[in-house]
Design a protein around this ligand. Structure first.
Ligand code: 3PG
Length: 208
């Protein structure tokens, strides 16, 4: 399975915080109805592991990754639960080296050239750019990608329907991550139809 190809084809990667594992499957269904068959479930809640397990078991064709992974222990938990890729907010050398050594797909968080070079040093050329808008947005990515022509960025942080198009039109962007279509209150209030609508809207913008 070429995970990066699937991420590139997906264009939009929902970054999800699930508080109650009971919401995992209805949420996955809502994403799929909206045309999105990928999810980054963040390890920010106790429900993350069980949610990844449920979604992976019920929808084996869905590309489920684990986000906000901070430790090697969490890498192991995520992979055991079925996560196909790991996303980290920053560049933790221990976590990066562990994933590379064990053939686990990792997209490390980068916010400057030194972070990008740590990724390259480990043979990785797809990185998360975080927090995208706050760290300088697409202009900053274009500037740091100049010396690293083969690096692709997955920006997340502050991305929304208004600015997502300006990222996706650049070749150095593999996909955009964000929580705008899966906001916590939408999940808590079980507004799954609205989540589906926001996913469709995001994909329409991505196709423009
Ligand atoms: C992430 O972990 O990638 C970000 O928290 C997502 O950022 P957003 O909530 O601003 O979309």
């Amino acid at each position: 399975m070429d995970i990066f190809k699937l991420i590139e084809e997906a264009r939009i990667v929902p970054v999800i915080v699930i508080e109650d594992e009971k919401d995992a499957l209805p949420l996955a269904e809502a994403l799929r109805k909206g045309g999105i068959n990928i999810a980054e479930v963040t390890f920010r809640t106790d429900a993350a592991k069980a949610s990844i397990e449920k979604i992976s078991a019920t929808y084996p064709d869905m590309l489920v990754g684990a986000g906000t992974v901070l430790t090697i222990g969490q890498v192991d938990e995520a992979v055991k639960a079925g996560a196909k890729f790991i996303v980290t907010p920053g560049s933790n050398p221990k976590v990066i080296e562990y994933c590379v050594k064990n053939n686990i797909t990792i997209i490390p968080g980068c916010a400057n050239p030194s972070n990008v070079e740590l990724a390259l040093e480990n043979g990785l050329n797809v990185v998360k750019f975080f927090p995208a808008e706050q760290a300088g947005g697409i202009n900053y990515i274009k500037a740091i990608s100049a010396p690293y022509g083969n690096v692709r960025f997955m920006p997340t942080g502050g991305i929304n329907p208004q600015n997502v198009g300006s990222y996706l039109k650049e070749k150095c962007i593999i996909a955009c991550g964000g929580s705008w279509m899966v906001k916590k209150d939408l999940i808590a209030n079980k507004q799954f139809e609205e989540i589906t609508r926001l996913c469709k809207e995001a994909l329409d913008i991505a196709k423009e």
